[in-house]
Design a protein around this ligand. Structure first.
Ligand code: AMP
Ligand code: MG
Length: 505
């Protein structure tokens, strides 16, 4: 049966048929180290993501071939791929680190689809490269599962992100705070070029390499502006634009990246390099999910400003290509742009269209209320959707101080009345943008514990399926995967609120 599908559907390929373009190789040896992944013994499949396979047109049946784990653990090199570790540097916690680079990851190459989309395939955790700085070149099973599900949850929310094709376990213990199982993540991304890729050449004083990289990024990712006379300025504008979009999306989803170093900022404004990240349970602008971030540099409320700072560092690398005052002008566009995008997203969350000062006050008051009462952030918006809808009880009763809520709801009602919105329409609109399910850290931890302690990956699969579409119940699928929506949509138990994670988590 599987064979028949492969024959009839020519768009779906076997692994050996993946058409690789290796455009990055053409940039030359200054940009990377060529290296094959280190072979591993006895790799095994932890979780395969058919949605990501579909994205790059691999037949889902390929995951049951032994060749799948051989290729994606790096034990065999995929035909046509030219594995390489990219060089980059970057600002980590505000301090410049001159030498980073893919210490444990390899880019296999990119595959171009008939619709023009291009996806890079990258293995993370496949042995030390020249950039490993004494580290072991491996990734923990725990962190690989976190990145695998983080990307899928983000995608389910409609936010640009890297995807994960699979997690491959390897039978090797690696040492972090304690011995850990190791794994390899098969990551797909539109780009693996980071702000730090530019910084590396800028700070080693090679403006011609900055230009080559900029030309490469323009040709690959922004072909519509690649021939414009002021293309480098426009490139900066595009990076600012997509980063502002990303940050507005993160802030409203309640996503804390945890390590917004410039080497973890993608040039295409994609959520990139999931480390000790968190989707918040409760709204707290001071919360940072990263245990090592003692000063809260990357706390939820800091992220938009950090992105601005990082964009500044990226902009500086273009100084040989764009006059300083133009870079400055572009950068000054970030804050108002971000504010507008954030307001628009908050407007959608509340189903309000007129985004005037009244609305800004309403949204600000809401965040203050959520912060003070520590109500579940995600569930609040789902409950609010039912507000004033006939035959639906609004379940606010036991939450926080009623008078504050009543005052806020009265204000909300006034703004709704201005627009004459039908409550049922509003409910539908709100439930399309406010998820019912998010990747709560305690759910993720549960899946990881089961995987590590029992070798049982069913909960990883369950969360992946659940978060593909976090906005609605899907009774048939839920029955198939034994997903009880009430369990997965309930508030996070107090004991699990605001846990922090280490960078190797
Ligand atoms: P990250 O915190 O994952 O963004 O990584 C920061 C830098 O450290 C990058 O250059 C990584 O390649 C490198 N790195 C992190 N962990 C390892 C490891 N176990 N082996 C080699 N390099 C690593
Ligand atoms: Mg990184």
């Amino acid at each position: 049966m599987r064979g028949t599908i492969a024959i009839h559907d020519r768009t779906q390929k076997t692994l050996e048929q993946i058409p690789f373009d290796n455009t990055f190789v053409k940039l030359g040896a200054d940009f990377f180290q060529s290296k094959s992944p280190d072979p591993v013994t006895d790799p095994y499949l932890v979780d395969f993501n058919p949605e990501a396979a579909r994205l790059i047109q691999i037949h889902p049946g390929e995951s049951s071939r032994e060749a799948f784990v051989q290729f994606f653990s790096g034990s065999q090199v995929l035909p046509g791929s030219e594995p390489l570790a990219m060089v980059y540097s970057g600002h980590q916690f505000g301090v410049y680190n001159p030498r980073l680079g893919d210490g444990r990851g390899l880019l296999l190459g990119e595959t171009r689809l008939p619709n023009g989309e291009t996806w890079e395939i990258h293995l993370k955790g496949c042995g030390p490269t020249r950039f490993a700085r004494g580290f072991d070149g491996r990734a923990t099973l725990r962190s690989s599962i976190r990145e695998h599900l983080g990307g899928e949850a983000m995608h389910g929310l409609g936010i640009p992100t890297t995807r994960s094709l699979a997690v491959i376990g390897i039978r090797e213990l690696i040492y972090r705070e304690r011995p850990e199982l190791a794994a390899i993540l098969v990551r797909l991304s539109d780009s693996h070029i980071r702000f730090g890729s530019f910084e590396y050449f800028h700070y080693t004083n090679r403006p011609e390499k900055v230009r080559e990289l900029a030309d490469y990024v323009l040709a690959r990712h922004f072909p519509d502006i690649a021939d414009e006379p002021d293309r480098y300025r426009l490139l900066f504008r595009r990076v600012i634009l997509s980063t502002a979009h990303l940050l507005a999306a993160w802030q409203t989803a309640g996503f804390v990246h945890g390590v917004m170093n410039t080497d973890n900022m993608s040039i295409t404004g994609t959520t990139f390099d999931y480390g000790p990240y968190a989707f918040i349970d409760r709204y707290n602008p001071h919360f940072t999910s990263n245990h090592s971030d003692t000063h809260g540099r990357y706390a939820l409320g800091q992220q938009p400003e950090i992105a601005h700072w990082n964009l500044g560092k990226f902009g500086e690398t273009l100084i040989g290509l764009v006059p300083a005052e133009h870079l400055q002008q572009e950068l000054e566009g970030y804050q108002p742009l971000f504010n507008r995008l954030l307001r628009e997203r908050m407007g959608k969350k509340l189903a309000i269209q007129v985004l005037d000062e009244e609305f800004t006050t309403l949204a600000g008051n809401l965040l203050r209320y959520l912060y003070e009462t520590r109500i579940d952030y995600t569930n609040f918006f789902r409950r609010l959707a039912d507000y004033q809808v006939d035959n639906r009880e609004t379940r606010f009763e036991s939450q926080g101080q009623k008078s504050d809520l009543e005052t806020w709801l009265a204000h909300y009602q006034r703004l709704l009345d201005r627009e004459d919105t039908d409550p049922e329409d509003r409910r539908k609109e709100m439930n399309r943008v406010n998820p019912k399910f998010i990747l709560r850290n305690y759910l993720l931890e549960g899946a990881i514990t089961k995987a590590i302690q029992e070798g049982d990956f069913s909960e990883v699969e369950r969360l992946r399926i659940l978060l593909q579409d976090p906005f609605r119940d899907r009774p048939e699928i839920f029955a198939q995967y034994k997903i009880d929506p009430d369990v997965y949509a309930s508030d996070t138990p107090d004991a699990f609120i605001e846990h922090q994670l280490s960078c190797s988590a």
